[in-house]
Design a protein around this ligand. Sequence first.
Ligand code: 5GP
Length: 142
Amino acid sequence: MTAYDPENIFAKILRGEIPCYKVYEDPHTLAFLDIMPRSPGHVLVIPKAPARNILDITADDFAHVARTAHKIASAARKAFNADGITVQQFNEHAGGQAVFHLHMHVMPRTTGVALLPPMSHKETPQVLEDHATRLIAALGAA
Ligand code: 5GP
């Protein structure tokens, strides 16, 4: 498998070289909005450890990501009054992965509303700011 590339976009977000709409952070993980959301409130959860995907991350670091995704899912349900939540995690090109720092997608869903295709619509800063505010408030109320 290809080695981890520290110049990938999420590594740059972790180092603060590129901004993000942060919704949650702890010693092991960071959660921020996808700027091309497939549903309103689409969050990406990443480990702080430099892992390309599930094939090189340690079980403990993967568990940290799952724990944060679990927290985000329940906040997202409240923040967006969601009927359901879709969690996805892709590995390698063949597995649908486009950014090579492990991430879990957490996407609030509304009955009857399909996910947008991946990377099909760049959301406006105003909407992203509003969605981040809603998620942060729901996380605070948990
Ligand atoms: P993958 O197919 O690798 O699981 O998905 C990568 C995700 O990263 C896509 O949903 C895409 O919209 C998102 N993405 C790509 N570039 C950026 C970026 O610069 N910032 C944020 N927040 N998300 C990004």
